[in-house]
Design a protein around this ligand. Structure first.
Ligand code: GUN
Length: 296
């Protein structure tokens, strides 16, 4: 069997187009421009690339983009004061603090100082709790992107066995909550899971989110299963730099029914969902109907 390749770039372009249409409507019908503020502390090159790309796409869909680049030595109170100002700025509907933060800053404290309604990453404990109890929340962007692709490919996910490999707060745990919300039977596997290959072989849906290059081989995959690869790992092979996922693409694609490639799978969906979350936050802040299909 050769798997259907789920094209995250094309899907993300469609999501951004939908977001752009909502932005136009918000501007024309209500005189509101959704605004996203991104805060970057320090000079991590990978984070700088992400932030630049977020800013560019925010502008492309017609939203207001604000970037705050702070030095690596920024103190905790200075960062909290900036977040407080953004929380109180009526032109800002979404706030994202790029992670990881330098070691001297308390990540939990910083994230939990963002107003939950503006927490477009969905990392604030209030949003985590709302998602866990099936209430309306801001949903973390990467898992939301994975869910959108799974729904588009399968229609209903009800009754499917889903195995999420990885238990991070950013991907693994919220992904499991979303799949449970769509009535999957969910297993969260991690580094201490016994008989991981056997656990994965039971899955109709495998979400690989461990950050270990090509860790999942094709012989762990049930024939016809869907593989969603969240990994973005930079490796060097035959003297060439390469991006690979957490799944071994060729062997998994030979067995799976569908698979997301790396690059060009989950990655582009993350930013598209950030833009979608910003529009959702803007609509909620203004008591307007939320865009359909852009939230969980
Ligand atoms: N760093 C890597 N991924 C993310 C993300 O989704 N949100 C934030 N804020 N930082 C990140």
């Amino acid at each position: 069997m050769s798997a259907t390749v789920i094209d995250g770039r094309a899907f993300a372009a469609k999501v951004r187009e939908q977001v752009g249409e909502h932005v136009t409507r918000l501007k024309e019908a209500h005189g509101i421009t959704p605004g996203l503020a991104v805060v970057l502390v320090g000079e991590d090159p990978a984070s700088e690339v992400y932030v630049r790309s977020k800013g560019k796409m925010t502008l492309e869909v017609g939203m207001k983009s604000v970037e705050h680049k702070l030095s690596a030595q920024t103190g905790q109170q200075e960062l909290l004061d900036l977040i407080d100002a953004l929380n109180n700025d009526p032109e800002i509907h979404g706030i994202l603090v790029q992670l990881p933060l330098p070691d001297h800053l308390d990540e939990d404290l910083v994230i939990n100082s963002i107003a939950p309604a503006k927490d477009v990453d969905g990392f604030h404990v209030s949003n985590v709790g709302l998602l866990g109890t099936g209430q309306k929340s801001m949903v973390p962007c990467t898992p939301l992107g994975c869910l959108m692709m799974l729904r588009a490919h399968h229609g209903s996910l009800s009754g499917m066995n889903a195995v999420v490999i990885g238990r991070s707060n950013i991907v693994g745990k919220p992904m499991a909550q979303l799949l449970l919300g769509d009535s999957c039977t969910v297993t969260i596997a991690h580094s201490r899971t016994k008989d991981l290959p056997e656990v994965v072989r039971r899955a109709d849906i495998v979400v690989a989110a461990v950050g270990r290059p090509e860790m999942v081989p094709g012989d762990w995959i049930k024939p016809g299963a869907t593989v969603i690869d969240v990994g973005i790992n930079r490796i060097e092979r035959d003297g060439k730099k390469k991006l690979v996922g957490d799944a071994d693409y060729d062997s998994c694609a030979a067995v799976a029914g569908a698979i997301t490639p790396v690059p060009g799978g989950v990655g582009p969906m993350t930013i598209a969902c950030l833009l979608a979350n910003t529009v959702t936050a803007c609509c909620r802040a203004n008591g307007l109907e939320e865009p359909e299909g852009l939230t969980a």
